[in-house]
Write a protein that binds this ligand. Sequence first.
Ligand SMILES: Cc1cc2nc3c(=O)[nH]c(=O)nc-3n(C[C@H](O)[C@H](O)[C@H](O)COP(=O)(O)OP(=O)(O)OC[C@H]3O[C@@H](n4cnc5c(N)ncnc54)[C@H](O)[C@@H]3O)c2cc1C
Length: 299
Amino acid sequence: MNPAEIALHPFERPASLAELCRTLSTRAVRKEKTVLLAGGTDWIVERRLAPLESPDDLPLVLDVSRLPEMRAIHVAKEHAAIGAAATFLEIKSHPVLSRRVPVLTAMAREVGAVQIQARGTLGGNLATASPAADGAAALMALDADVVLASVTGERRVPLTQFFTGYRATRRAENEAIVRVEFALPRTGAHQMWRKVGTRAAQAISKVAFAAVVELEHGRGVRAGFGMASVAPVTASLPTVRALALAPNLASVSEQELEAATRRDITPIDDLRSTAAYRAHVAVALVKCFFRSLRTAIGS
Ligand SMILES: Cc1cc2nc3c(=O)[nH]c(=O)nc-3n(C[C@H](O)[C@H](O)[C@H](O)COP(=O)(O)OP(=O)(O)OC[C@H]3O[C@@H](n4cnc5c(N)ncnc54)[C@H](O)[C@@H]3O)c2cc1C
């Protein structure tokens, strides 16, 4: 499909979230194909790779990139809400997010290059549901909720339950992702973002890792992890998380960390890397993060 063929798609720009939801609802009932367009950095690439459909059967493209309800970033004292159409550029440039959630802003700085950051959005990143999605990994570590809107109102799905399989989510046809929400980590929480790829920009990760742990009196009281490119969906590393919350954090061994990490991932060989290398990197990243935790508690 060439760029001119993309222009054949019927296109609308709803003026409000309510209008978007009405259109999604009507079309879902009639079983008409609809696609939401935010930055277009995933969808346009996919359309160009896909075989040309009949011009009579093209989906209606609904542009959500300017919807006020999806653009806002609100950061309160203990809570953040980021609109689904907020771009990575807006996220990485946000002064309070940079201070309170460096795991998120460091991620946004490493998505694609600046051209992709200026167009790409968190909503698009989550809806595409690629196992390599950087935004999903960082938000998983923050225990974020995905807020979905439809004509019947809003519902909230924890990100850990949002992905149902490779490129599949709990979003229904008549729903849009309107924002993500999470509790801000306490000041002093340990946060880490690491992306391992072939080069600094425009590279999809071989492995990406996000971690957030809050410590109190030498033990973890809140822990979240997200890892990209090591499973069919973003991995939340539940066994590693349990170790971070163990009462004996100081004595968690390197062997335990390795076993836990390997248990939580199912990497594969593909164009970008091998399963063996991915597992090796995943274990190294987890060990590196726990070393920083142990240093923090002085053990
Ligand atoms: C050169 C290049 C480099 C890239 N590098 C990276 C990278 O380093 N890391 C990374 O994670 N990704 C990367 N990507 C992928 C892409 O940029 C991201 O996944 C981005 O977040 C997609 O957002 P978008 O707004 O462009 O989505 P779009 O392309 O607009 O939409 C993607 C999908 O999400 C759906 N959608 C969009 N918004 C909503 C919504 N509000 N509710 C429901 N569904 C919605 C669309 O219908 C479509 O199916 C790269 C892409 C390119 C082309």
